[in-house]
Design a protein around this ligand. Structure first.
Ligand code: HEC
Ligand code: HEC
Ligand code: HEC
Ligand code: HEC
Ligand code: HEC
Length: 222
């Protein structure tokens, strides 16, 4: 086989100036491509994100803003570091009962909270928007006490919101949308009370910027 035979095998149009490619088939291909493109944009931008997340609601709608006006030590009143440096996370009933032994206002959410939880000494099963899989080690102390970062820099201004957010669970990965990020489509922009995405690459990106190293696997996986 000669070189020119090979070239013909690769590109049948080579040296075939007397057989110009048919224009009409080009248009059919282009047309099909556009239908496919528009179709997938509709699915990707509009249908897919709605289908991809299942929504759950907190057992009680909690108003951060009202509480920030009433507690004495800001966020610390409920989310604090224990003596051993570990972080308390979402508070349990003991952070609430000083004020909510009895119903103090007329909000139906408070009445529900007092009668169904406080009076029965039952903990609220709060959903955690940011909780990572068990294989991940995360330390609040290293970031807040150590590196001096604000809560807002990762969590947005959820601490000043007037309603609990809807918990959106990615039905394929099982991740909360607050970890997965809001960037799948332009309808997925973070809202004012959303934090930053917290996938492995998001953590590593900041570590690289702040410390010059992405960190070894065992830094975050114990
Ligand atoms: C320093 C006192 C104080 C503490 C501590 C406190 N609350 Fe409240 N809470 C209030 C006040 C004041 C209101 C407003 C009552 C009104 O006028 O309706 C309120 C309102 C509420 C309401 C109704 C409004 C809303 O948020 O939807 C709920 C539910 C509630 N609290 C739950 C809790 C829970 C859960 C905790 C513990 C994690 C807690 N509170 C801790 C003082 C407190
Ligand atoms: C009176 C107690 C109280 C105070 C004060 C308070 N929080 Fe909360 N926080 C809660 C409760 C209860 C929840 C769980 C309910 C929810 O997420 O709506 C929560 C949830 C959160 C979450 C979501 C965590 C997750 O993984 O789901 C963040 C972030 C948070 N608080 C940050 C803050 C910040 C920042 C402040 C101060 C600006 C603050 N909170 C002040 C009681 C409090
Ligand atoms: C560097 C980013 C970062 C900063 C800064 C930060 N957090 Fe978090 N927060 C996280 C991550 C990641 C998780 C999930 C941790 C896990 O799964 O162990 C989390 C979880 C939480 C939870 C839920 C814990 C639970 O029980 O599920 C609360 C509440 C919370 N953070 C509040 C705060 C508050 C209040 C501050 C400021 C004092 C703060 N965070 C600062 C990243 C951050
Ligand atoms: C916006 C920046 C930022 C983000 C996002 C961030 N970190 Fe960090 N992280 C830091 C800084 C700064 C330090 C302190 C580094 C030091 O002291 O050398 C730190 C320290 C740590 C440490 C302690 C390291 C040690 O050896 O003491 C762990 C573990 C960690 N980060 C895990 C995570 C995980 C997991 C995530 C994502 C869920 C995350 N971080 C997201 C900035 C960030
Ligand atoms: C800066 C912190 C950090 C470092 C360093 C890191 N990881 Fe991760 N990793 C995470 C976080 C956070 C998650 C959970 C979120 C996600 O899946 O992206 C995760 C998830 C994973 C998962 C998926 C686990 C699951 O349940 O789906 C694997 C596998 C993994 N990491 C392997 C590694 C390996 C291998 C290295 C070293 C090359 C490494 N990680 C380094 C933070 C880190």
């Amino acid at each position: 086989m000669s070189i020119s035979d090979l070239e013909h095998a690769v590109d049948p149009n080579l040296g075939a100036a007397d057989h110009p490619p048919q224009k009409s088939s080009g248009w059919v291909v282009f047309f099909c491509f556009m239908i496919g493109l528009v179709g997938s944009l509709i699915v990707g931008w509009f249908l897919f994100p709605q289908w991809l997340y299942s929504e759950k609601h907190q057992p009680i709608d909690f108003n951060h803003s009202i509480h920030m006006d009433n507690v004495s030590d800001g966020c610390n009143s409920c989310h604090f570091f224990r003596e051993d440096g570990t972080f308390s996370g979402i508070p349990d009933l003991s952070a609430c009962t000083d004020c909510h032994q009895d119903v103090i206002g007329s909000d139906p959410e408070e009445e529900k909270f007092v009668t169904e939880y406080v009076a029965q000494d039952k903990e609220v099963q709060w959903l955690s928007y940011f909780r990572q899989p068990d294989c991940v080690f995360f330390s609040h102390a290293a970031h807040v006490t150590g590196a001096g970062m604000s809560c807002e820099s990762c969590h947005g201004d959820i601490g000043y919101s007037t309603h609990s957010k809807v918990y959106q669970e990615n039905i394929i990965s099982g991740y909360s949308r607050d970890i997965w990020g809001y960037s799948i489509s332009r309808f997925g922009k973070p809202g004012e009370h959303d934090g930053k995405p917290m996938k492995m690459n998001d953590c590593a990106k900041c570590h690289l910027e702040e410390t010059g190293s992405k960190g070894a696997c065992f830094q975050c996986h114990k």
